[in-house]
Design a protein around this ligand. Structure first.
Ligand SMILES: Cc1ncc(C[n+]2csc(CCOP(=O)(O)OP(=O)(O)O)c2C)c(N)n1
Ligand code: SF4
Ligand SMILES: [Mg+2]
Length: 316
């Protein structure tokens, strides 16, 4: 995590409006769930999304991220209602467009950690192109896709991750289109951190979100999150409490080996859980910051009008 995430906010007011200095950053208490929770979530009782929200609160509390250092962005869908329920800066944005919006925040505010939450439809259907491009640009943010294999908000249409044969309002005879594999897609698109977890294993969700947050680059986490209303039991085979198997990524797996990561991602359901892929590559944030610094160096000491004059002179 960058040191700036835990720094106290800058003091901009004068002494009369700020009677005493804020406590040093290492003495400031982490936010409690009470301070982080906004509206009561409107999800159906039993929806997997509750678990992801609770663990997000836990992560913020554990890592002492303060309101002014977090931003929570989402698109549209049940899962994308997420920012409504978080008492921090954020936006519930256009369907499928959470990532470009989040990219702008990430590039312009390096002191914030940008978290994006959303569903499988938002990420891989309408937002499919944005997913690929944000990943290949390696823009620093954490993207958690709450994958329930269905469109929940619009009441049961086939999603890009619905398995073949899934009966929905758009496929009453059963889905005929081959589903995408989010892990393979993320690796192929160029994401530099790719992990998989499931809402039924809270410790693991927290572990994956924390590792993703600490990654300097585009970090993607697929979190299976059951829609109890329109796809009940979808993930039972991954839940030991329902007779399924929760297989963690083997300790010998080399997270920097792309081919090995594909191999893990290719396993049939329930597959593996953990970090499949993690590499270090320069981020777009770092590259743009370097371009900006070099440009500023060239005009160092000049007034704004002199910089403008130089630009006009060049056009002559
Ligand atoms: C441009 C546009 N097209 C379609 C919709 C309707 N719509 C809203 S949410 C959604 C799908 C959401 O599915 P997903 O992202 O999987 O989220 P979930 O509700 O399952 O969490 C659709 C098709 C919309 N709001 N805007
Ligand atoms: S419809 Fe499904 S995804 Fe939406 S809140 Fe209900 S259980 Fe969750
Ligand atoms: Mg969905």
């Amino acid at each position: 995590m960058s040191a700036t995430l835990t720094e106290a906010p800058p003091r901009t007011s004068n002494a009369t409006s700020v009677p005493s200095a804020p406590p040093p950053s290492d003495q400031r208490k982490g936010l409690s769930k009470k301070e982080l929770a906004a509206d009561h979530p409107t999800w159906c009782p039993g929806c997997g999304d509750f678990s992801v929200l609770a663990l997000y609160f836990k992560l913020i509390e554990k890592r002492k991220l303060w309101h002014e250092k977090i931003t929570t962005i989402a698109g549209i869908g049940c899962s994308s209602r997420f920012p409504y329920f978080v008492q921090a800066h954020g936006a519930h944005y256009i369907h499928g467009r959470a990532l470009p919006f989040a990219s702008g925040i990430s590039l312009s505010r390096p002191d914030l950690h940008v978290f994006v939450f959303g569903g499988d439809g938002d990420a891989f259907s309408i937002g499919g192109n944005h997913f690929n491009h944000t990943a290949r640009k390696n823009i620093k943010m954490t993207y958690v896709v709450m994958d329930n294999w269905v469109y929940g908000l619009t009441k049961k249409q086939t999603s890009p991750t619905s398995p073949l044969g899934f009966k929905s309002k758009t496929d009453p005879w059963g889905a005929v289109d081959y589903p995408i594999n989010p892990m393979k897609q993320a690796i192929a698109a160029g994401a530099t951190f790719v992990a998989r977890t499931t809402h039924t294993n809270p410790n693991h969700v927290l572990q994956m979100m924390e590792a993703a947050m600490d990654h300097d680059g585009f970090s993607f986490v697929e979190c299976l999150s059951e829609c109890v209303e329109f796809y009940e039991g979808a993930f039972d085979a991954s839940n030991p409490r329902k007779g399924g198997a929760f297989n963690v990524v083997p300790a010998a797996h080399d997270v920097t080996n792309e081919m090995a990561a594909y191999k893990l991602a290719d396993e049939p359901f329930p597959g593996y859980f953990g970090i499949f892929y993690k590499v270090t590559k320069p981020t777009k944030n770092a590259k743009e910051a370097a371009i900006g610094a070099a440009a500023r160096e060239k005009v160092k000491g000049l007034k704004d009008w002199q910089i403008l004059q130089q630009t006009f002179d060049k056009l002559k």
